[in-house]
Design a protein around this ligand. Sequence first.
Ligand code: NAD
Length: 492
Amino acid sequence: MSLNETSTDARDHLLINGEWVLATGGAPISVISPSTEEVIGHAPDASAADVDAAVRSARASFSRGSWRRLGIDERADILRRAVDLLEGSVEEVADLVTAQMGLPTSISRKKTPGGVWAARYIIDLALELPKEEIRQTMFGPVALLKEPVGVVAAIAPWNSPFNMAISKIIPALMAGNSVVYKPSPQTPLDAYRIAEALVEAGLPAGAFNLVTGGVETGRALAEHPDVDKVSFTGSTRAGREIAQSAGSRFARLQLELGGKSAAIILDDADPEVVKAGLIAGTFANTGQVCSSYTRILVPASSRQKWADVVVDAARSFVIGDAFDPATTMGPLVSAVQRDRVMDYIALGQAEGAVLATGGGVPEGLDRGYFVEPTVFVKADNSMRLAREEIFGPVATVIHYDDLDDAIEIANDSPYGLHGAVFTTDDHSALAVARGVRTGTFSVNSYIHNVQAPFGGVKDSGVGKEMGREGVEAFYEVKTVNLSSLDPNSLTS
Ligand code: NAD
């Protein structure tokens, strides 16, 4: 029996100070299958008091507990044990991801093992990174010590629950921080598997705490005065609010926010490469990806040829129940998200853009939150359709006159997360990559690379996740002026 046919995953406890404690909040959150609209599980809606208890436990662990005082090798051993445990139930975790958010099983069964791989990669990377450096200065030797930031509040959205949890929790813990993790209310269930694995692996009490809930729970966590760093992934709206409260107390911030990324197609591009890039980069995950290419910039002189390629990419999906192995595109995560996407499709038409494909509910899929992959043409970059993040399978084709015009249009956006160029000319590829103002960029591809830093500029956020920079983000650098000390006495 698949998880969308059952409703047994009821959770009413939070992990606080190493104990599974009953939440004190109100009615539990119902987790709904976006494929069937049935309730498939529950999780607590943690109150501000629950959040306070979790943060206090993390603070006590950081100030007096053993986790940060262990050698990094010992931390790695415990986390590796947890990752081994997760690997043992990786198919079950993948099915939870599919059941909660509608990611087709054909994808989640590959992506979830990728998260396990990423966890091991992050552990190895954190072990390798130098933890101290001696610099000679005019005042004598100086030691730069990398120390954990302290209590980390990690808050995640629903569009990649397991892998995103890994990319926040593992580097934060490897650095010796204590963590309070809050998953999205749409996808809280797989986080319990991570918490159980950490407990079973022997993580000391308080080093990792799990609270579930919605906006109010997140707010109580992000605004808690004893949180030293907020690692947040989610909407620009929430990120802005968090930045204001964290800024007022100088808490460290890592914000991975929204996007409206442009793929610039040059006329010499290979149509097959473009199509593959858009299948992966525009419509995958039903378009619920922050770094999706949602603005497709094509030469005015050949706009029809390239619009046909975009339409071809959109029509290449098999849409259906996420647990059907043949499905390559599942539903949107919720009724709210489906309505939001449909509202944008109506808005695009009202603004004068023309539907080239899609725009409705796929035939025979009235139950579940399905929307057809949709392509708009005859659109302008000034339309709300082209400026606002939709977070669904909706691409807007916009034409440009020359390369400078293309770069200008790509940069004319409040966001700056990702972008791409498709061309067979290396020189043009690099010129465009340099010209577009984003935190991440891809050439002839769509790549989500855990081995390289990822993050945005402008309204897309602050800081980097993943890669070496993503691990270093969980450390503070302390400068110690050694003066009379022998620098060799420091090397541990
Ligand atoms: P959201 O901002 O509504 O919620 C994200 C998380 O924050 C949830 O756990 C939510 O409960 C919590 N939250 C909401 N408001 C909060 C507040 N004021 N204070 C503290 N916590 C709060 O986002 P969503 O709808 O769950 O996810 C979609 C958004 O996430 C999109 O905008 C997408 O672009 C973005 N996203 C960004 C990246 C990235 O790496 N840049 C990756 C994935 C998703």
